[in-house]
Design a protein around this ligand. Structure first.
Ligand SMILES: *[C@@H]1O[C@H](CO)[C@@H](O)[C@H](O)[C@H]1NC(C)=O
Ligand SMILES: *[C@@H]1O[C@H](CO)[C@@H](O)[C@H](O)[C@H]1NC(C)=O
Ligand SMILES: *[C@@H]1O[C@H](CO)[C@@H](O)[C@H](O)[C@H]1NC(C)=O
Ligand SMILES: *[C@@H]1O[C@H](CO)[C@@H](O)[C@H](O)[C@H]1NC(C)=O
Length: 419
């Protein structure tokens, strides 16, 4: 008697467990269907219109689950597929960033399949979006490069890409110049031979030329209006041009959004940054008074921001010590004994043409009378003003800026004092 009862209860427990597992799988299936916009069809002979319809239906998966309306599609769709995966960011076997999608979706969208990105199915591949002149994109992590990259481009004409955010949850664009080598500015710092312009956003980007690999910029989207990234080059100037940009779209709630007013935003707690076209070597161009020109780009005004690390209270900026030209903003570099470059003796606080601003600065624990820095050297300067930002200003007149390079600074953050 007791044995038979025990048997019966074991039996019903098993049935109950099976039902629970069944529904858990079902709910999990609906949940992942709602998250993912890609799914894998079990029956590979299904034709294109069928799989498209299914995939559209799955995008509405959450609504369907809520309304329990089964008239359009079978309720059993979670079991109809062999696996689901979300459209996560992946690293392709070419080391570029991509999006995990079904193989067919990648080729339909002119992506490049760069290896598998899911353990669930071999149909999920890391899709890299690479585009050149005349393209438009709505894909995150699109790469934009000159025709035939990495081969150089001789120049001539304009090469552009238009980036449109898929919806209003996207607020910022970050463009990383993985490679960017254009003709240099004139000796007066004007990008009149080649010019990279980024327009259509809600924030300004200066016109950029010269050597800028490793630099990046942020620009705010203006609603869902497209941003145009355009490289204009003059075929009359012989130069090996080359560029490859990584284009990221950042959601309005992203932790990596740059604060307002920041053209550049550095996340590491310590590191270096430089002005555009900064290279230690002098410009080869003459300026308008016929002497060796500047490398600094004229007409810039922007913020360089550094993310405050946890537990840090102040930040210290210094010249990169291995490079004596790493702070040459105004005055005649050629007229100064090179051993005096990067020393306090040539620093000036009377800065009105080209300068950087470090808010509320201190040097050696003493507050400075001015927050502007120019001349031919920068003493290590610390500030607690937040967000950590250096502003940079250059005017349109570089006549008296002979052989300047710009700035190349290192920064490190200082821990908050222990009480
Ligand atoms: C797969 O679909 C085709 C038509 O779409 C059908 O003829 C075939 O029987 C299906 N196979 C399986 C295993 O469902
Ligand atoms: C694809 O499937 C749909 C729906 O089953 C059918 O109407 C259509 O004729 C099919 N197309 C092809 C090319 O097989
Ligand atoms: C189910 O969907 C059909 C058509 O999509 C609609 O006419 C019907 O009202 C829906 N039923 C429920 C319960 O939502
Ligand atoms: C775009 O990709 C970057 C990684 O490059 C990621 O941080 C960001 O969140 C992605 N944006 C969206 C909207 O998913």
């Amino acid at each position: 008697m007791s044995l038979s009862m025990s048997n019966r209860s074991t039996h019903s427990t098993r049935i109950f467990a099976i039902v629970v597992i069944f529904f858990s799988c079902y709910i999990a299936g609906i949940y992942s269907a709602a998250r993912a916009s890609s799914q894998v069809i079990l029956n590979e002979s299904h034709n294109r219109s069928q799989s498209l319809e299914t995939s559209v239906a799955l995008r509405d998966g959450e609504d369907m689950a809520m309304s329990r309306n089964s008239s359009r599609h079978p309720r059993w769709f979670p079991f109809y597929t062999i696996g689901r995966f979300s459209n996560d960011i992946c690293i392709g076997n070419n080391l570029l960033l991509g999006t995990c999608v079904i193989n067919g979706e990648c080729s339909d969208n002119s992506g490049v399949a760069a290896g598998s990105c899911s353990t669930i199915t071999a149909q999920a591949i890391c899709c890299i979006y690479q585009r050149t002149c005349g393209a438009s994109t709505t894909y995150n992590n699109t790469y934009f490069y000159n025709a035939n990259y990495p081969a150089p481009y001789a120049g001539g004409g304009r090469c552009s890409i238009t980036v449109t955010p898929p919806d209003s949850t996207i607020c910022q664009l970050r463009v990383d110049f993985l490679a960017l080598s254009l003709a240099p500015p004139t000796g007066d710092g004007v990008c009149s031979t080649d010019a990279l312009t980024i327009t259509g956003g809600a924030s300004q980007v200066p016109t950029i030329c010269g050597e800028n690999a490793g630099q990046h910029i942020y620009v705010d989207f203006n609603g869902v209006n497209p941003i145009s990234i355009s490289v204009a080059t003059s075929s009359g100037y012989t130069f090996n041009r080359q560029w490859q940009f990584q284009i990221r779209m950042l959601g309005c709630t992203s932790a990596t959004l740059a604060p307002s007013g920041c053209l550049q935003y550095y996340m590491p707690s310590s590191g270096t940054f430089s002005s555009f076209n900064y290279v230690s070597a002098a410009s080869s161009a003459l300026n308008s008074i016929g002497v060796q020109g500047t490398r600094q780009l004229a007409n810039t005004r922007y913020g360089i921001c550094i993310r405050k690390a946890t537990g840090m209270c102040s930040i210290t900026y210094s010249q990169v010590s291995s490079d004596s030209y790493s702070f040459t903003l105004t005055n005649d570099v050629g007229a100064v004994d090179p051993t005096l470059l990067a020393t306090s003796s040539v620093q000036s606080q009377e800065c009105t043409t080209d300068y950087i601003v470090i808010p509320a600065p201190t040097q050696g624990g003493t507050a400075m009378p001015s927050d502007r820095f120019c001349g031919l050297g920068l003493v290590s300067t610390t500030t607690s003003a937040k967000p950590f930002t250096v502003y940079t200003v250059t005017d349109s007149n570089e006549d008296m800026d002979i052989s300047n390079r710009g700035f190349y600074l290192s920064y490190s953050q200082n821990a908050c004092p222990v009480l």
